[in-house]
Design a protein around this ligand. Structure first.
Ligand code: ATP
Ligand code: ATP
Ligand code: MG
Ligand code: MG
Ligand code: MG
Ligand code: MG
Length: 278
C-alpha cells in the first residue's frame, strides 16, 4: 500500500509549525456562552459553579500537558502558556490548538455534573473555539496576561454595578445601561457603595482577578531571589547537567497544580515564582 496512486494527496496537507523559541499562548473561548448563561440560568454577574467548572477543565489540561507552564482564566475563556522551548507536536499549530481545545471541552462536559448536580446538560452541548498566538519576549507575554486580567477587572466592575442596579435597584436593562454610560471606575465604586452598601474591594477575588493555574514549588523570598540573580549575572553561564534536567523534570511532574486568584500584573507574583518563566 506504500505507493498507492492515492498517496499524492498527502502533499495537500500543509505544514503549520509555530516560530521556534517564542512563547505560545493557546486561548479557548466558550461558543455562544451568552445563550448558555440564559439556558442554564447562570447567576449574574458571576456564577461560581461555572467558574469552578472552567477551572476543573483547565486543571485537567495542565495535568495532561506538562509543557504548559501557566494558565489564566476569566469568564468563558482560558489562556494556556506553553514554554517557549517546547517542542510538543513539533510545535504544529493545529495539533496544539486542537489538542488543548478538545482536552478542555471533554473535561468540561465530563465534570459538568459535579458542578451543576441539579442541572442536566442538554443539546446543544457546550463547545469551545481556540487559537494560538505567539509572544516573542517575556515582556510581551506578561503584557498579554496583564491585558486579560485588566479586562477581567474592568468587565467585573461594570457587570457588578450593572446587575446590582437591576437585581437590587429594580431597574430595567436599558435604564441600568444608561445609568452607567460614561461613568469611570470611581463612579461605579461609588454607585455600588452609596446605593447598595457594596464595597467592591470586598468582592470575591475569583470575580475580581480571575484564576491563575501553575505548578507550585517552594516560594522564593523576593529579597533572596534578587541577590541570587545579581550573583548569577556575574558568574559564568552554567550549563545545566543532564542529571539536573532530569531532576527538574521529576520535580515538575510531582509539583502540585494550584488554582489561585492572584494579581499577575504586578511583579511580585513572578518574582516569587521564578521557575514559571525560566
Ligand atoms: P462567542 O461565541 O463569540 O464567544 P459568547 O456569547 O460566548 O460568544 P463572550 O464574549 O465569550 O461571548 O462572552 C461570554 C459571556 O458569558 C459573557 O456575557 C459573560 O458574562 C458570560 N459568562 C461567562 N462565564 C460566566 C459565569 N461564570 N457567570 C455568569 N456569566 C458568565
Ligand atoms: P496519535 O496521538 O499520534 O494519533 P495514536 O496512537 O492515536 O497516536 P493513530 O495513528 O491515530 O495513533 O492510530 C490509532 C490506533 O488506534 C491504531 O493502532 C488503530 O488500529 C487503533 N484503533 C482506532 N480505532 C480502533 C477501533 N475501532 N478498533 C480497534 N483499534 C482501533
Ligand atoms: Mg469567541
Ligand atoms: Mg464566548
Ligand atoms: Mg469570552
Ligand atoms: Mg490518533
Amino acid at each position: 500500500m506504500a505507493n498507492s496512486r492515492f498517496e499524492y494527496v498527502r502533499n495537500f496537507e500543509q505544514p503549520d509549525p509555530l516560530l521556534p523559541n517564542t512563547w505560545i499562548v493557546v486561548r479557548v473561548d466558550g461558543r455562544a456562552f451568552t445563550k448558555m448563561c440564559a439556558k442554564y440560568k447562570f447567576e449574574k454577574p458571576n456564577d461560581r459553579r461555572a467558574l469552578d467548572l472552567m477551572n476543573t477543565a483547565a486543571k485537567a489540561v495542565i495535568a495532561d500537558l506538562p509543557e504548559i507552564t501557566l494558565a489564566y482564566g476569566v469568564s468563558d475563556e482560558y489562556s494556556f502558556v506553553f514554554h517557549k522551548s517546547t517542542n510538543l507536536f513539533e510545535r504544529r499549530s493545529s495539533k496544539l490548538v486542537s489538542t488543548v481545545v478538545s482536552t478542555f471541552t471533554s473535561n468540561y462536559v465530563y465534570s459538568w455534573f459535579s458542578h451543576f448536580p441539579d442541572t442536566p446538560l442538554s443539546f446543544p452541548l457546550p463547545t469551545f473555539d481556540g487559537r494560538a498566538v505567539l509572544y516573542p519576549t517575556i515582556q510581551n507575554l506578561r503584557d498579554y496576561l496583564s491585558w486579560r486580567q485588566a479586562d477581567c477587572h474592568i468587565n467585573n466592575l461594570y457587570n457588578t454595578a450593572f446587575w446590582s442596579l437591576i437585581q437590587l435597584g429594580g431597574m430595567e436593562n436599558k435604564e441600568a445601561e444608561q445609568a452607567l454610560a460614561g461613568t469611570l471606575a470611581a463612579d461605579k465604586n461609588e454607585i455600588l457603595f452609596s446605593k447598595f452598601g457594596i464595597n467592591y474591594n470586598r468582592e470575591p477575588e475569583i470575580f475580581k482577578k480571575g484564576s491563575v493555574i501553575f505548578r507550585d514549588y517552594e516560594l522564593v523570598e523576593p529579597a533572596s531571589h534578587n541577590t541570587a540573580e545579581t550573583v548569577d549575572a556575574q558568574a559564568e553561564p552554567v550549563q545545566q547537567s543532564k542529571k539536573q534536567t532530569e531532576n527538574d523534570k521529576k520535580r515538575r511532574s510531582k509539583a502540585a497544580i494550584v488554582v489561585d486568584h492572584l494579581d499577575i500584573i504586578k511583579d511580585e507574583f513572578w518574582d516569587r515564582r521564578p521557575w514559571i518563566l525560566s
